[in-house]
Design a protein around this ligand. Structure first.
Ligand code: GLN
Length: 200
């Protein structure tokens, strides 16, 4: 299927401090969408949206601050759409009770780190998300956070048992799992079509 014309004009910035940033570039590439890694404030000036990948939220906080990227990113997120996966989702939620992790507070939700257990308790599952995809999504959870005390302005896009695992508020999308680790770019397509292009 040809890619929509509007995709040609887009460049998505992927924070490349640490974590699974290359996989996000691959998911976007599958859709015919350009991306660039963000390693400096100048890189941020040239993108239409931002992805914060999974990894380790403590390390990401440290690197963003040490590289002088925290403030420029905070400023950019006042207007740019953003998609955070796993550790990236933690950074976008409300400030948590861990002084090593700083949060941008872009979505009205509390996150609990490593809430499903340790690395060995990582798992995969098929998620049904009718508002996003016409097929099940093979979701990979790796030391994933849980989302709690979800504010009234937040929409739920996917659940796993009693947990809400993908959420949206305005131009902010978060997932507690790793959509970039499969060959299915459907969630990236949802982010582009429903959030990035609609917020232009
Ligand atoms: N447990 C990690 C954290 O708290 C997130 C794990 C991940 O991104 N896969 O930052």
């Amino acid at each position: 299927m040809p890619h929509p014309e509007a995709y040609n004009d887009l460049t998505i910035g992927i924070m490349a401090m640490q974590g699974s940033f290359a996989k996000h570039a691959y998911s976007l590439g599958n859709l015919g969408i350009k991306s660039r890694v963000i390693r400096s404030a100048e890189d941020l000036a040239q993108v239409d949206a931002v992805i914060l990948p999974g990894g380790e939220s403590t390390t990401m906080t440290l690197l963003l601050e040490n590289e002088g990227l925290w403030e420029p990113l905070n400023e950019a997120l006042k207007t740019l759409p953003v998609f955070g996966t796993c550790a990236g989702a933690i950074l976008l939620g409300r400030q948590i009770d861990d002084p090593r992790v700083h949060c941008f507070e872009k979505i009205d939700v509390e996150t609990v780190r490593n809430a499903y257990g340790r690395q060995v308790e990582s798992f995969t599952t098929a998620l049904v998300m009718p508002r996003v995809l016409d097929h099940d999504f093979h979701a990979i959870f790796i030391r994933a956070p849980k989302f709690e005390n979800i504010g009234p302005g937040v929409s739920t896009l996917a659940v796993y048992g009693a947990e809400q695992v993908m959420l949206k508020q305005g131009n902010v999308l978060i997932a507690s799992f790793h959509p970039e680790l499969t060959d299915d770019s459907g969630i990236h397509k949802y982010f582009i079509d429903e959030i990035v292009l609609k917020s232009r």
